[in-house]
Design a protein around this ligand. Structure first.
Ligand code: KDG
Length: 356
């Protein structure tokens, strides 16, 4: 683990359970793929405790249920997974630390706070790098991405699979945002925007003239409700399933960053599993990650429409407006590209180009 990144951040305090009641409806979702494969041998019983940040109605939670079902079915109940949603057990940073000490078995953070373990993951935080979902998925399934997962080995965390958090969109309670000036213009005053605990994200919002405030996801709803921050950025599905529309009147389809999730298990837990169980857990992780990407895709536009129906004023930005944001955040590239690695960025851009 490196210290450069930690030093750049002011980590927020403990997460609290502050989300509203989980949103009950969901779009017309694909059923989980049928569970295939034989029942594995009896290597004892395990209960895996998994903490996640998002709500029960989120694609993340639903895919984790599928993960649990695969393990249950293929071990005849010998491996069970207890899922704790809504940051009940802590935020992404805390839960990764709990994996290291072995006080939690599994978690499913965004890649952004995980850059403290594997710096290369920060390539995903570069704004407007992944222009469409096909390219993003191709990157997540590439050998380069697998190397990033492997780079966790020895940190106390085993990274099992990438999946989709999604395209991040800006929401706020102050004004409709159509241009970079609306975020931070001198005449209007910069918006206070909650960011994930990641220096590239801080840099993006600073560059746009906002007042970025890194904060644990579990604290975000009440921070917005109490006016501690004006806004935040997350995929539409998270904005909907975490009920952010109750405290945010405006949304803008900025798609400024595509964030992956990473499904993780504590190395201590992993080492306790028999090789056949390890193989099964890895396979189930990949299958459930694939299903998560499918669900996240199905949720995306549907969630935006639901938010509009619920009264959120959503601004869709045309190509020219997106280009204005892209130009405004160019200094973020200039600052971070050399630190992240020009070769790595070129490699990712190559994958993007072959998936246009
Ligand atoms: O379980 C994942 C969440 O904790 C978190 O990663 C959601 O994107 C997120 C954010 O903004 O913190």
């Amino acid at each position: 683990m490196t210290t450069i990144w930690r030093n750049t951040l002011t980590l927020a305090g403990a997460a609290t359970l502050s989300l509203g009641i989980a949103y009950a409806q969901s779009p017309d979702l694909s059923d989980p793929p049928e569970i295939e494969g034989d029942v594995v041998g009896d290597h004892g019983s395990h209960t895996l405790r998994m903490g996640i940040g998002l709500a029960e109605s989120s694609p993340q939670y639903l895919s984790v249920q599928y993960f649990a079902d695969i393990l249950d079915q293929r071990t005849e109940g010998r491996i069970s997974v207890d899922i704790f949603p809504n940051s009940q057990l802590g935020d992404d940073v805390q839960m990764m630390e709990m994996l290291q000490t072995g006080s939690l078995d599994m978690t499913y953070p965004s890649s952004s706070p995980a850059t403290t373990y594997v710096e290369e993951l920060a390539v995903f935080d570069l704004p407007f790098l992944l222009p469409n979902r096909d390219a993003a998925v191709a990157v997540m399934q590439s050998d380069t991405a697998q190397e990033m997962l492997d780079a966790f080995d020895g940190s106390g965390i085993k990274a099992l699979a990438f999946s989709e958090n999604g395209y991040r969109q800006l929401s706020n309670s102050v004004r409709a945002v159509e241009t970079p000036e609306d975020v931070g213009g001198m005449d209007v005053g910069g918006l206070t925007i909650r960011t994930m605990e990641n220096p590239v994200h801080l840099s993006i919002w600073e560059t746009l003239g906002a007042n970025p405030t890194p904060m644990a996801f579990g604290e975000l709803f009440s921070a917005m409700e109490q006016g501690v921050v004006d806004g935040q950025e997350n995929p539409w599905s998270t904005i909907l399933t975490s009920n952010f529309h109750e405290v945010q009147d405006y949304g803008s389809e900025t798609r400024h960053v595509y964030t992956p999730f990473i499904l993780m298990i504590s190395e201590r837990t992993w080492d306790r599993l028999a090789p056949e169980y390890q193989e099964l857990v890895q396979e189930a992780a990949r299958q459930s990650a694939q299903y998560e990407i499918q669900l996240a895709t199905e949720y995306d536009d549907w969630s935006r429409e639901q938010l509009e129906e619920k009264g959120m004023q959503i601004t869709r930005l045309d190509d020219e407006q997106i280009a204005a944001f892209q130009e405004a955040v160019q200094p973020v590239y200039d600052e971070w590209a050399p630190k992240i690695g020009e070769d790595l960025i070129a490699e990712i851009q190559g994958i993007v180009e072959s998936n246009q």
